[in-house]
Each structure stands twice: as structure tokens, then as C-alpha cells.
Design a protein around this ligand. Structure first.
Ligand code: TUI
Length: 309
């Protein structure tokens, strides 16, 4: 049996990406109910929001689910405690080093799975007691590291003994099979679940992703130390222009502030931040979470059996 499925008590080795502002109880419950691992993204939200989301998810499914703590959030400490209070059993983290929380979570019996963009951080996380790592390549949407999935996965697989979940640029059975070949034990998929029927992101956002082509994402924010991949639009062009002119981090933060919320909640895909992975060009239809998972699992079986025949 797959060691990630065994460790987390899930049916299929497919995590739903923890998309800030987007991944709430609705999509997470649908993914978990379909046999994958649904994940609620705490993002920049306060603790009470997370508490309500966890409780709402538990009404919809009794399957395992995860909570993602975005470590740049001003509420990171608060939400880190709430996952313990609310009895979540799996925590993933992003955008930083979760070292100071790992002991607290382990003592509460929580499985801890940090996102890592490098071999060094993967090794450090294993030493500090992480149960697995999510190795995310820069094909992913949102806040990204420097390395691609293709080079990151095998290097991290060689460096650690804990399971590795591959993320960044995976949306179908081919990406699934490819990352298994690179040594991953499971995958994490964001962009394709963003357009899932159960995902509550604004319809304009979904349509922007569905209509995107292969070259439509752009990375901004390298000068702030927090590069973000999103679909090209008026905001990304203004941001890039300011960055080239040498704008200060403060000026850029003012321009970016609230951008993700504007796109996700208000559907402003012109002046908002439409975070998306590079694989958006291949994501062409709205399906249920179950259809997405079943499609990947049946097709990858065919592909892998074809390769070994
Ligand atoms: O975290 C993500 N993706 C995100 S977070 C987010 S919300 C946000 N909005 C605006 C600015 C910044 C964030 C949107 N998308 N993915 C996981 C991820 N983690 N990617 C890269 C990293 C990462 C980077 C550095 C993880 C650890 C790390 O460690 C540095 C250190 O402290 O050693």
C-alpha cells in the first residue's frame, strides 16, 4: 500500500492544494469525501474563521482532512493553536519554516507536513520530526521557490527518508505518473481543484483559469523576497513596472494588499491577484472533485501499466 495513504488513512495519494482565500471547508470536504486529502487553507485569516471552517467541514465528512498554516500570516501563531484545539489530525505549512510549532503539533498527535522549496529545508524538517514533506516546484501558483518540480523532487527524495509529496505543475494522470517516477509518494494539486464544481472561488476567477494559455502566468515580487505566480493582468503589469523602477517593498505591498481577496471574493480579475499554476493552460473544464480524482486514478493506472508492459 502507498505509504502516504497508510500514514494518513486516505484512499488515494492526492492532496488538494491549500489555496489561500480559496480552499475553504466546501472544496476540502469534497476532496476528502472523494478519497483524497482535502485541505483548508488558513491563509491570512484569523483563528475564528478557521475554527468555523473546521467545524463546517466535519459536518460534511468524517474522512481525514488537513489544515494549512501560511507562516507569513499575522495570525500564524493563533491558527497554529486552533488546529490543536479543534482536533485537526494533519497540518501542512507554507511560506516559511514551521520549526517552532512542530513539537506542539507532534505532542497533540498531529501529522506535520511542511512545504519545502529546497533540499536544505527538507533535511531540516525531517530532523525536526516532520512526518513527510511537500516538495513544491516553481510551476505552482502563489508564493513560490526557485526550483522546478522536475529537479526538486528527485533531489529531495534522495535527501530524506520520509515520504515526499510532489507539487507544482501537476493536474492530470501524466503529471501524477511522472512525479511517481521521480520518486514521489503522492501529489498535491491546486489549479485543477480551483475550477472544481465545489470550489467557491468567484466564477470570474474560474473562467480566467479555464481560458488561460500555457504562457499566461507571470512571477512578480522577486524584489520583495516573496515571489508570487499569478495570471498576467493590469495589476501584474503595474507591479512589474514599479519593480523595474526600483519601488520600495512598502510601495509594492500597498499595491498588492488585498489583491487576492479582490480576485477570489469580488471576482475582480483585472485589478486583483489571480494566483494560478503554469498548468492552467491545460485545465479546461469544471468537474466535481470526485470526477477529477477518479479521472487521475483510472488514467494513471492505464499509463503506468502501458509503460511496464
Ligand atoms: O505558500 C505557498 N503558496 C502561497 S502562500 C500564499 S499567500 C501569500 N500572499 C502574498 C505573499 C505571500 C504569500 C499564496 N501562495 N506555497 C508553499 C511554499 N512555501 N512555497 C514556497 C515556500 C517556502 C518558502 C521558503 C517554504 C519555506 C521557506 O523557508 C524559508 C526559510 O525560512 O527557511
Amino acid at each position: 500500500m502507498n505509504r502516504v495513504c497508510e500514514m494518513l488513512n486516505i484512499q488515494y495519494p492526492i492532496f488538494q492544494g491549500a489555496m489561500a482565500w480559496i480552499a475553504d471547508h466546501a472544496i476540502a470536504a469534497a476532496v476528502s469525501e472523494a478519497g483524497g486529502l482535502g485541505i483548508i487553507a488558513a491563509g491570512n485569516a484569523p483563528g475564528e474563521w478557521l475554527r468555523k471552517e473546521i467545524r463546517a467541514l466535519k459536518v460534511m465528512t468524517d474522512k481525514p482532512f488537513g489544515v494549512n498554516i501560511m507562516l507569513l500570516s499575522p495570525y500564524a501563531e493563533e491558527v497554529a493553536n486552533i488546529v490543536v484545539e479543534e482536533g485537526a489530525s494533519i497540518v501542512t505549512t507554507g511560506a516559511g519554516d514551521p520549526g517552532k510549532y512542530i513539537n506542539m503539533w507532534k505532542e497533540a498527535g498531529i501529522k506535520v507536513i511542511p512545504v519545502v522549496p529546497s533540499v536544505a529545508l527538507a533535511r531540516r524538517m525531517e530532523k525536526q520530526g516532520a512526518d513527510a514533506v511537500i516538495a513544491e516546484g516553481c510551476e505552482a501558483g502563489g508564493h513560490i521557490g526557485e526550483l522546478t518540480t522536475m529537479v526538486l523532487i528527485p533531489q529531495i527524495v534522495d535527501a530524506v527518508n520520509i515520504p515526499v509529496i510532489a507539487a507544482g505543475g501537476i493536474a492530470d494522470h501524466r503529471g501524477f505518473a511522472a512525479t511517481m517516477m521521480l520518486g514521489a509518494d503522492a501529489v498535491q494539486i491546486g489549479t485543477r481543484f480551483l475550477v472544481a464544481k465545489e470550489c467557491t472561488v468567484h466564477e470570474n476567477y474560474k473562467q480566467r483559469v479555464i481560458k488561460a494559455s500555457d504562457i499566461d502566468t507571470v512571477v512578480t515580487g522577486r524584489s520583495t523576497g516573496h515571489p508570487v505566480r499569478a495570471l498576467r493582468n493590469k495589476l501584474s503589469r503595474e507591479f512589474s513596472k514599479l519593480e523595474k523602477q526600483g519601488a520600495s517593498v512598502e510601495e509594492l505591498e500597498v499595491l498588492g494588499a488585498g489583491g487576492l481577496r479582490a480576485a477570489v471574493v469580488d471576482g475582480d480579475v483585472v485589478n486583483g491577484t489571480v494566483m494560478s499554476g503554469q498548468i492552467a493552460g491545460m485545465v479546461k473544464e469544471e468537474q466535481t472533485a470526485k470526477e477529477i480524482i477518479d479521472d487521475i486514478m483510472t488514467e494513471q493506472n492505464k499509463r503506468l501499466s502501458h509503460i511496464v508492459e
